[in-house]
Design a protein around this ligand. Sequence first.
Ligand code: SF4
Length: 278
Amino acid sequence: MSGAIKIGPVENHRGREEGAIVYPVYSRRSKGLSVGINLFPDRKVCSFDCPYCEVFPFAQDIVFSVEVMERALKAAIANAHAENIPVRDICFSGNGEPTMSPHFATALEAALRIRDEHAPDATLVLITNGTGLLNDRTFDLLRCFAAGPAALAIWLKLDAGTPDWYAAMDRSAVPYDALTARIRQFVTLAPVTIQTMLCAIDGKEAPPEEAAAWEYLVTELAAAGKIRSIQLYGKARPAPEDPLAAALPASYLEHRAASLRTALDEANSNTVPVEVYP
Ligand code: SF4
């Protein structure tokens, strides 16, 4: 891809206001052009502190504004159309947890309007660590957007099946049991895609009891709720805390995926695809 479409990591775009807020990238999971929306152009804001997080420390004197976002989003879609490149999705992601932004609801509504008008075939996506589900208003907002006509695709992080591994992988003050209780509730009401990072922490992969507990939890969610797919992904990019978190061999991810498929099969949930992104 070339010309007016700028494809590259978000770091390349932070110098400009619009580029720091809206950034077209090629997404391996979307298999095409994804227009990212970053609600935190000034600094990272997140309720997790994952050791594998790819956001390097930064501070910019850029203030998020829905007006700038709308302008930049329309321009990115127009550029893609001019190049005959289909926009696969419009994705809330960026430097932190989108639901923590005070602009989140307004920005989501604006993105939906623009998607419907300018790129109706694009999927509206939210990448989230799920902690927003502990807030009733956010829970209801996401349920309405995901289960209603907006068909918001929620890609929900679920890295662990035990509090111990959650503490190592996500290092959050949000209690594991409270978070998973809300996730269990949410998936009965609206569809989600589960995303799990599989990497080594301090040179060690997840212990067998963690792998078993995670598999049990995901299988339970798939049996009880509306799980679209389960994505296992590996550490593919540098992180500021390297080498605390390290990539595991693709064979490890494939082994975990095969084991999960068997468990889903036994639970009669084998229609849920399990995808691997080493
Ligand atoms: S949830 Fe995402 S943004 Fe937050 S620390 Fe983890 S990887 Fe980074």
